[in-house]
Design a protein around this ligand. Structure first.
Ligand code: SF4
Length: 144
């Protein structure tokens, strides 16, 4: 039986990015072609529109957002932490419902980044909010 995996929807060509575009990764699609794929966009699941104002985490990373020590702030200075945490929790719920133990996530996103996120034009080490929550729950993460 094929395993069930969670995948950032933008990597599969879904136009769910903040700018209404996608981040199609054809090599990833080849890599997971035998898996049962469940595509998610945590920012949409958190209630944000598409397109939406770009957001970033500058005072920490996703783990810090989950514990209330940092915020996700968009470039219009609005705090969107609540929507990001809500979306991450919805994805965790989905992962539990479908029995997914692995997730392939878009690097450098404030939600999906596994090893890297961004602050302004700078990349920095750290996890996005979704990656942090899934990691805390023992789901194996792969950056794409
Ligand atoms: Fe949605 Fe994550 Fe892709 Fe951003 S990186 S568009 S939150 S799936």
């Amino acid at each position: 039986m094929s395993e069930t995996v969670i995948v950032s929807a933008c990597l599969l060509g879904i136009n769910c990015r903040y700018d209404g575009a996608n981040s199609l990764d054809e090599s990833l699609i080849e890599q997971i072609k035998d898996s049962h794929v469940v595509q998610v966009c945590p920012e949409q699941l958190g209630g944000l529109p598409t397109p939406r104002v770009a957001a970033e985490i500058c005072d920490g990373d996703g783990f810090d957002v989950l514990s209330g020590r940092a915020r996700v702030v968009n470039i219009e200075a609005a705090d969107v932490s609540e929507q990001f945490v809500k979306g991450a929790k919805e994805v965790l719920k989905i992962a539990g419902l479908v029995g997914a133990k692995k997730a392939y996530l878009k690097e450098k996103s404030p939600s999906c980044g596994v090893n890297l996120i961004k602050c302004g034009n700078l990349e920095k080490s750290g996890s996005g909010v979704l990656a942090a929550l899934l990691s805390k729950e023992g789901i194996e993460l792969f950056a794409s």
